[in-house]
Design a protein around this ligand. Structure first.
Ligand code: HEM
Length: 125
């Protein structure tokens, strides 16, 4: 699995999603989706592009199997967070009902970043 390529490809998909949601908000004046738009762009595009650039520039940061673990924890976590944000915005379920999904997903994102941080710590000191 080529980590930087995978992060970059997914990042571009999230950017397209973020831009479309932004255009929808601008056109409809419906700003309920603002948190979704922001997180699609920032967690989806900006962060994943930064991860891709780090792995491209510094392949030693992959630390063997650690990079795929970072990738999958981050992917599942971000997707869960975005679904929870969408659910709240579209009132698909109460905020209370979606809180466990949001909390668990945030936890996965943080775990993924901790795996990344461990490799950075090992290699960049
Ligand atoms: C086609 C491109 C884009 C469009 C049409 C768009 C549209 C919008 C709109 C309509 C809002 C709500 C403004 C308001 O509160 O009155 C907004 C907020 C925001 N956008 Fe975008 N946006 C675009 C691209 C981006 C990108 C690329 C990023 C970040 C990388 C971004 C980050 C944000 C942030 C941080 C907010 C503020 C959210 C908040 O206040 O909760 N946007 N955008």
């Amino acid at each position: 699995m080529n980590i930087w390529r995978s992060f970059l490809l997914v990042a571009v998909l999230y950017l397209l999603g973020g831009l479309l949601v932004g255009m929808y908000m601008g056109g409809s004046h419906d700003l309920e989706l603002r948190p979704l738009h922001t997180h699609l762009n920032l967690l989806g595009f900006v962060m994943m592009t930064l991860f891709a650039l780090v792995y491209r520039q510094f392949p030693q940061m992959e630390c063997g199997r650690m990079a795929p673990i970072h990738f999958w924890l981050y992917q599942v976590g971000v997707l869960g967070m975005l679904l929870a944000l969408l659910g709240v915005a579209w009132r698909l379920a109460g905020e209370d009902m979606l809180a466990p999904l949001r909390g668990a997903s945030e936890g996965l994102v943080v775990l993924g970043v901790m795996v990344f941080g461990l490799c950075v710590w090992r290699n960049a000191r």
